[in-house]
Ligand binder design. Structure first.
Ligand code: JFZ
Length: 488
């Protein structure tokens, strides 16, 4: 604080005495709103991404020594308390002969996904690329020796999809200093709450150098998806943030580093009830595990995925949907089919998704239950309404119906007049009636596409102007401007 006047004086003197320096733009503060907004532009447009959890855990695929190990597949080392020395042996079986990076990225593209995020190193500590600071990776420890991330980087570049890396910065069950492996290396914390491992040694000698390798050798890196920030003090988290900001200023940081990132990551599979202003993303499973488990073939249906996508987008978020490839490198065919079906829907209706803004209203997503009912955790009970959602672009509203609505469908209150309405998939005109100043859509029955039918409503003015209660009363009394009445 005390040095500030001195610094200011120095700057002023510097600028005055050497005019040439004025031309040098100081690089904008990476934490400024402007820098963050610019970094986030592609992410806010993209809406839908492919998450890939792949590693040695795809080999046991949920089963260890003939025993079914419950829980998510990529946690098998932890759940079965497999010693490092034994888990390491899996690397000798790693030989994904059917892995085809371009096939994976094409799947993402066919599904209408606009970015890809893959586990570069999960909690088990095994890296999917040729790391120079650890031998526990696909090249140094396996008979295959193929650098998975290099191949994916090339495929993503070729097909034009941004590629990001999940990196487990804190948990590393392979390292004595990493967090999480209490079966080989004892607890992370003592009964006094003090740290018992040389965690900073692990961070300095493996995690930080590996993040550096990813940013410098596998770029451009769209984002780093940090996770489970155990023992991530603000100082430690800052060291990772500094690496990302200095080595690759356009790279996004997710919401699980241990300090605020560029966007918020919700809990796994958790979709908030309401519109959120900040950029956010839901990491979600397509069945009930991230890493492949042979006993989980319970894929979400294309209709369910389309609903979740539009629901999330109408609340301002992104949907990062995961697949767990099998050990041979193949993404389970049934889950590929579901994704391609979603892609066909998006091919016809993507305009309602990509680059849109959230619902101008928001009440349509549900309502708090009356009389203060609480859920099991004691939170106010929220009753979701899932009949329709709305997204917006300048002058246009996209109403997506997941069920046949009651017809005519009364549009939510707005001051704007409706110019016209049409079905997005085939351009067919949808009749608009106006009653008491309130436009209604006469949607033909049966509904066009039972998965989800989008009706585009063109309005005057770029954005919805909300009707306040007083305006609504005036409308009902017939006092509202003639303008609203002339729509149809
Ligand atoms: C973590 C990992 O442990 C898991 O294996 C997977 O990679 C998943 C995407 O992320 O699990 C979490 C992390 C955070 C929450 C839930 C599961 N959370 O905040 O609710």
């Amino acid at each position: 604080m005390r040095s500030r006047p001195v610094v200011t004086l120095a700057i002023v003197l510097g600028l005055c005495s050497t005019p040439s320096l004025v031309a040098i733009q100081p690089s904008p503060d990476p934490e400024s709103i402007e820098a963050k907004t610019a970094r986030l532009a592609w992410f806010r447009e993209a809406k839908f991404g492919l998450f890939i959890h792949w590693g040695l855990y795809a080999i046991p695929a949920g089963e260890w020594k003939g025993r079914r190990i419950p829980g998510i597949g990529e946690w098998i080392m932890n759940r079965a308390k497999i010693p490092v020395a034994e888990y390491e042996l899996l690397a000798r079986q790693w030989n994904p002969v059917k892995f085809d990076a371009e096939a994976w990225v094409s799947l993402a593209r066919d599904a209408g996904m606009k970015y890809v995020v893959i586990t570069s190193k999960h909690h088990d500590g095994f890296a999917l690329y040729d790391s120079k600071v650890s031998r526990f990776d696909v090249v140094d420890a396996t008979p295959s020796r193929r650098d998975i991330l290099k191949e994916l980087q090339a495929a993503c570049r070729k097909l034009g999809l941004p590629l990001g890396f999940y990196y487990s910065q804190s948990q590393d069950w392979h390292e004595p200093g990493g967090a999480g492996n209490e079966w080989d290396f004892g607890p992370d914390l003592g009964p006094d709450g003090k740290e018992r491992k040389d965690y900073d040694k692990y961070l300095r000698e493996k995690a930080e150098p590996q993040v550096r390798e990813l940013l410098t050798e596998y770029g451009p890196v769209a984002l780093v998806w940090f996770d489970t920030p155990r023992m991530m003090t603000p100082e430690r988290a800052q060291r990772f943030a500094d690496l990302v900001r200095t080595l690759s200023p356009k790279t996004l940081i997710d919401g699980r580093l241990g300090k605020a990132g560029d966007y918020v990551s919700t809990g796994d599979n958790v979709v908030p009830g309401r519109v959120q202003a900040e950029a956010w993303e839901v990491p979600a499973t397509i069945n009930h595990t991230w890493g492949y488990r042979k006993d989980d073939q319970d894929w979400k249906s294309p209709g369910d995925i389309v609903f979740k996508l539009v629901d999330i987008v109408s609340k301002g978020g992104n949907y990062l949907l995961n697949v767990g490839p099998m050990a041979d490198g193949v993404i389970p065919p049934a889950c590929q089919d579901a994704l391609r079906t979603v892609g066909r829907w998006l091919k016809a209706n993507g305009e309602a998704v990509y680059g849109t803004g959230p619902s101008p209203w928001g009440e349509e997503t549900g309502e708090p239950s009356s009389r203060g009912a609480k859920d099991l955790r004691g939170n106010p009970l929220f009753l979701p309404h899932n009949e329709w959602r709305v997204t917006a672009k300048p002058g246009k509203l996209y109403f997506t119906f997941f069920q046949e609505p009651r017809v005519p469908f009364e549009l939510p209150p707005m001051k704007n007049t409706v110019k016209r309405a049409y079905r997005l998939a085939d351009g067919e005109e949808v009749k608009v009636e106006v009653e008491n100043g309130r436009p209604r859509l006469v949607i033909p029955r049966p509904i066009f596409d039972p998965t989800a039918t989008v009706v585009v409503v063109e309005i005057d003015g770029p954005v919805v102007e909300p009707l306040r209660v007083a305006d609504r009363v005036a409308t009902l009394l017939g006092l509202f401007t003639r303008k609203a009445m002339t729509a149809s």
